[in-house]
Ligand binder design. Structure first.
Ligand SMILES: [Zn+2]
Length: 146
């Protein structure tokens, strides 16, 4: 499948995204049970899932940018990248803003002094701040909208 980057990207836009279910039957079962749309590049899986009544989006691009564009073209919403409405790219958990004091002991000293904005995943505890990686994503976001 190899849509891990796309899954992380969707989560950053706040889309509730499952990733890492490996068995096709299980993917279809979960999609039907939870009313999820299956994103895949595997036309065999897409066909089987459709037959069983699941909603499927068959992606053709193998680049992240291409995949995001395909989704945008089909009407999937990519509202502005905004950390507070993002989901954790690692685990899909909701993210909330926290005060600097709350994370003081948990981030490198230099990061603590350099940034004023911190977020924590309420599920896995991962801490985020708008550093270099975030700026890269904002750049790509702008590129995709052009
Ligand atoms: Zn998390």
């Amino acid at each position: 499948m190899m849509l891990g980057r796309l899954a992380r990207w969707l989560r950053l836009y706040g889309h509730d995204t499952l990733y890492g279910v490996e068995d096709d039957d299980e993917i279809i079962r979960v999609a039907l049970r939870e009313g999820r749309i299956i994103l895949t590049r595997d036309s065999g899986l897409a066909e089987r899932a459709k037959k069983l009544g699941a909603e499927v989006f068959l992606l053709s691009s193998n680049s992240l940018e291409g995949q995001v564009k395909e989704l945008m073209a089909s009407g999937v919403e990519f509202s502005e990248l905004f950390p507070a409405s993002a989901r954790c790219p690692k685990c899909n958990g909701p993210i909330k803003r926290v005060s600097k004091e709350e994370i003081r002991e948990k981030v490198p000293e230099a990061v603590y002094w350099k940034y004023d904005e911190f977020y924590v995943c309420t599920k896995c505890g991962q801490i985020y701040w708008p550093g270099r990686q975030w700026r890269e994503m904002v750049k790509m976001d702008r590129r995709l909208r052009d």
